[in-house]
Design a protein around this ligand. Structure first.
Ligand code: C5P
Length: 260
């Protein structure tokens, strides 16, 4: 008998409904060109190449026909089957977009990975680490990398102090235990559904502070595990990120790129 752990039937949710204002292209970030192709296509190619997904559920900006067409064209490329590609309208917040995609996950799905389209260059091995951890029994698992900067908390300076500097330091977090968190984040499907149902009861201010899915699972008291991510999984957010991503694609960093 094989001792291989059961591989969960997995759907990958790709959230691509953000406006991408910080990139300054005047179009949704998913549609912004990276090399020869839009960011979304790079992200989808990465998900499909990893081979972990039986379904890819993509949240797009509502009414963005060009991105819908892009997915339709990509579907035609997957001649030998490949995962089912499902498109849904995203929502006003990232969490809304995830919930919209969760509602379209096929019956029989056991695990779900939530991935930012903006992390278009995520290496395949990161997807595998996340799914391996789910297969080993994790209910929630995130890829993360050590933080290289010293991280401090600050508060706005009040009164006279404002003349000296706009903010004052209130503390320094211990760097050894800090991690920068990435996607794809993996979950046992019923756990993520429960976390998002609970999130509907959050006050507006709390809801606005939710920046990833793992936060919602933490609020349920479910342990969230961490595997090593990749510095190549950068979230393309600013024009500088786009320059770095272009550089990675062109390969000049290739021979110098040493990481695990
Ligand atoms: O805005 P932020 O950088 O946190 O976005 C992370 C990811 O979430 C992006 O891939 C973006 O397209 C997606 N998103 C979404 N729906 C929103 C806001 C963001 O799908 N309303």
């Amino acid at each position: 008998m094989s001792s291989e752990p059961h591989r969960p039937v997995t759907a990958v949710i790709v959230v691509a409904a953000g406006s991408g204002e910080r990139l300054g292209y005047g179009m949704p970030k998913a549609a912004v060109p990276l090399g020869d192709e839009p960011i979304l296509l790079h992200a989808l190619r990465g998900v499909v190449a990893s081979g972990v997904a039986s379904q890819v559920c993509i949240a797009l900006p509502a009414g963005h026909d060009a991105l819908k067409q892009l997915v339709d064209d990509f579907r035609l490329e997957l001649v030998d089957g490949g995962p089912v590609l499902t498109v849904v309208d995203g929502g006003a917040s990232r969490s809304d977009s995830v919930r919209s995609a969760l509602a379209a996950v096929e019956t029989g799905t056991e695990a779900v990975l939530v991935h930012d389209a903006a992390r278009a260059l995520t290496p395949e091995y990161v997807f595998h680490r996340v799914v391996d951890s789910l297969a080993a029994g994790a209910l929630a698992v995130i890829p993360a990398v050590p933080v290289v900067d010293t991280v401090k908390t600050v508060a706005p300076t009040t009164g006279e102090g404002g003349r000296i500097a706009p903010e004052i330091v209130t503390g320094t977090a211990p760097r050894e235990s800090l991690r920068a968190v990435q996607t794809p984040q993996g979950f046992h499907l019923p756990t993520l559904v429960k976390a998002h149902e609970a999130a509907m009861n959050l006050a507006d201010e709390q809801a606005a502070a939710v920046t990833d899915d793992a936060m919602l699972v933490e609020l349920l008291g479910v342990p969230v595990h961490a595997v090593h991510g990749s510095t190549q999984s950068l979230k393309i957010t600013t024009p500088l990120d786009l320059i770095i991503a272009e550089g990675l694609l062109e390969g000049p960093l290739g021979v110098r790129w040493v990481e695990g």
